[in-house]
Design a protein around this ligand. Structure first.
Ligand SMILES: [Zn+2]
Length: 263
């Protein structure tokens, strides 16, 4: 009888420990927001801002085959902000800088898989042939598909933290929103900090300008995971051609691993 009581106590303690462990792990989960730049056949080994169309397609097929739930950035923000139930294996796809190859190589794959994505556009780069950037017509075509949402990545891609004048910061953030809205005839809700760099002052301008959310890269653990004006993203580089690496990165725990590894 006495032995049985002891056994029950042990089982209860183990149960409590397991439940706290599950809670701890769950608390570290962050909806993975993938950050792509160029998707180009010329992408070289070791390049961090470009991958080949073959790798991109392989990754999208991986997400499709394993039944990931590709949601829009806005849906992810709604879940984070309103503490809604997270769907099974959610993923958000984003592209920075507005490369023409996004239109030529990524967009057809997104259409094929019916995956939504957000493209962050630099106003003064649109249509610049020397830099291989998308044109307004291409942006409009992608937007009209209903799959691609457009966000602002400033007017000139200036590193906002390096700008000393408040007026210049405001211009980069406010004018880009206004120009996109005039050109595309819709509300621009999202903003992407160039190089992911920002500070409290810059963040405040983004909020006050009327954006609904903003993405960074990985500002580290000093920024809470649920700050919808500094959402952490995962840079998808050549390394992620290895599907095991890609799987770890899309697990939802990569931010936690990274932040604790670099401590
Ligand atoms: Zn950029």
């Amino acid at each position: 009888m006495f032995k049985r009581k002891r056994l029950i106590i042990i089982v209860v303690i183990l149960g409590i420990l397991a439940a706290s462990l599950i809670n701890f792990v769950r608390g570290k989960y962050v909806i993975p927001i993938l950050m792509y730049h160029s998707i180009s056949p010329d992408a070289k080994e070791g390049e961090s801002l470009a991958i080949t169309p073959e790798i991109f397609r392989k990754q999208m097929r991986f997400l499709q085959d394993r039944h990931y739930n590709i949601i829009t950035l806005e849906e992810a923000v709604d879940i984070i902000k309103n503490k809604k139930r997270v769907p099974v294996r959610p993923i958000v796809i984003t592209f920075d800088d507005g490369y023409k190859d996004n239109y030529n190589y990524a967009f057809p794959v997104l259409k094929e898989y019916n995956f939504p994505a957000t493209l962050f556009i630099i106003i003064n780069e649109v249509g610049r042939a020397q830099a291989d950037r998308v044109s307004w017509d291409e942006i409009k075509t992608m937007q009209a598909s209903g799959l691609v949402d457009i966000g602002s990545h400033t007017v000139n891609h200036s590193y906002l933290v390096d700008l000393s004048s408040q007026e210049e910061i405001v211009k980069e953030i406010r004018d880009s929103k206004k120009i996109l809205e005039d050109r595309l005839g819709c509300e621009i809700k999202s903003f992407s900090y160039p190089a992911g760099r920002f500070n409290e002052r810059i963040r405040r301008v983004v909020v006050e300008t009327g954006y609904k959310f903003a993405v960074a890269t990985n500002p580290g653990m000093k920024i809470p995971d649920d700050d919808i004006f500094a959402l952490k993203r995962l840079r998808i580089s050549r390394n992620c051609a290895n599907m095991f690496v890609f799987w770890v990165e899309t697990s939802g725990y990569y931010n936690f691993i990274r932040e604790n590894r670099s401590k």
